[in-house]
Design a protein around this ligand. Structure first.
Ligand code: NAD
Ligand code: MG
Length: 414
């Protein structure tokens, strides 16, 4: 059997590393043909030596010389072709030499590569939720037209996918399947509640980037860690679920479950609830989507029920986590509103990580952007990918000046 040829966009990140860990267990089944990173050449070089891709993409042209210098130490036959710059790297995602693309770039920066992979009809393992939130229906349209297979590796969506009846699961990303079903009642997205679930609200203003990035259950990149702390991550996931499974906001429920053992659930009309359980380890959803509809070993430890102190559930606290409410509002408003929310969030999270604004300024930035762009966004979702990118740039510029003004007004220390 020919091996499945894999490209990993965002290979040096947290999802990229988990994906390579799974792939390394199955060399007879998968080959690693393309690796893409933004600028970190040291981890990229280690991956090149180990996995021998034919091509590597480096977004940051300023790091090209550093990469070439390392590659020069390899025998000529082991040196991959090097592609540099965002547009050229994004094009690699449509390369006929790839069967499967793992979309693991963080943020809307992943839109180009995710789009190109779908347009080329590939199997796309989607971690990059921001691009689906920003581009919405357009992205599903391109996937359907090209006959692509869009499989979620975000753990909640992968869990829901696993809980759906097999005949319906097989068309995910190609039709609004749950929305049309008279058997499925609701999707239940579980949330850990992040590191501040029990922190007194009065202390939220003093939260630092390192505190926000110390997630209790999952080890992830810094942007998604901050999103988990504000619960914007769950907000993005509500929109991601609405898009992937074709359901309205009223049929999506968010449930805080601090142990992160149940990764999400589906409620059926007969009262049954089907859940997917396991250790909180991204290698499970990644392995599932790599091999689907088969199953392969992932390296994840078996779930030890005896070691569980219990499974707990509570409703999310709207005072602590206004970003979650804003995401439901953005989804209900429709049109370009999810794009506005997502772009403002990326800018605000970056400003928070650079200590230019405070933690609670993040939801304030979202609210401000959503109010400011309400008229424009209601006019409808952008109809081309170029229009999506232009709208994203416009919101970012506005949000950047909002953050500047907020930052100088509050003058955070050190
Ligand atoms: P990360 O910060 O650890 O890694 C990001 C990767 O993207 C890096 O390899 C970086 O080089 C690359 N990158 C950054 N900018 C780029 C650009 N302009 N072009 C090409 N590559 C670029 O992030 P992560 O935690 O791995 O998250 C990646 C995506 O997966 C995010 O969308 C996140 O929401 C989603 N996700 C992550 C997890 C997790 O457990 N980490 C879980 C679910 C979903
Ligand atoms: Mg998730």
């Amino acid at each position: 059997m020919a091996r499945t040829r894999i490209g990993i966009f965002g290979s040096t990140g947290s999802i990229g590393a988990s994906t390579l860990d799974v792939l390394a267990r199955h060399p007879e089944r998968f080959s690693v043909d393309v690796l893409v990173a933004h600028s970190r050449v040291d981890p990229l070089f280690e991956q090149i030596k180990r996995f021998r891709p034919a091509t590597v993409g480096l977004v940051d042209a300023g790091r090209r010389a550093a990469l070439e210098e390392r590659l020069a130490s390899l025998p000529a036959a082991q040196r991959p072709a090097v592609v540099v710059g965002q547009a050229a790297v994004d094009e690699l995602a449509g390369d006929p030499a790839l069967d499967t693309v793992v979309a693991a770039v963080v943020g809307t920066a992943g839109l180009g590569s995710t789009w190109n992979a779908l347009a080329a009809g590939k199997r796309v393992l989607l971690a990059n939720k921001e691009s689906l939130v920003a581009a919405g229906e357009l992205m599903l349209d391109v996937a359907r037209r090209a006959g692509a297979t869009l499989l979620p590796i975000d753990s909640e969506h992968n869990a829901i996918f696993q809980c759906l009846p097999a005949d319906q699961a097989a068309v995910v990303g190609r039709a609004g399947l749950v929305g049309d079903s008279n058997e499925i009642e609701r999707l239940v997205l579980t949330a850990s509640g992040g590191p501040f679930r029990e922190r007194p609200l009065a202390d939220f203003a003093g939260i630092t980037p390192d505190q926000a990035c110390a997630h209790p259950n999952w080890s992830m990149g810094r942007k998604i860690s901050v999103d988990s702390a504000t619960m914007m991550n769950k907000g993005l996931e509500v929109i991601e679920a609405a898009r992937l499974f074709g359901v309205s906001a009223e049929r999506i429920e968010v449930l805080v479950h601090p142990e992160s053992v149940i990764h999400s659930m589906v409620r059926f009309v007969d009262g049954s609830v089907i859940a997917e359980l396991g250790e909180p380890d991204m290698r499970t959803p990644i392995a599932h989507a790599l091999a689907w509809p088969e199953r392969i070993e992932s390296g994840v430890a078996p779930l030890d029920f005896g070691a569980l102190a219990g499974l707990h559930f509570e409703s999310p606290d709207p005072e602590r986590f206004p970003a979650l409410r804003l995401a439901f509002e953005a989804l209900a408003a429709g049109g370009g509103m999810p794009l506005v929310m997502n772009a403002a969030n990326e800018v605000a999270v970056a400003a928070f990580l650079e200590r230019r604004i405070g933690f609670m300024d993040i939801p304030a930035a979202l609210q401000a952007a959503m109010t400011h762009f309400a008229g424009n966004a209601a006019a409808g979702a952008p109809e081309t990918i170029e229009a999506v990118l232009a709208a994203d740039r416009e919101v970012r510029a506005w949000a950047a000046s909002w953050c500047d003004a907020r930052g100088s007004a509050t003058a955070l220390g050190g």
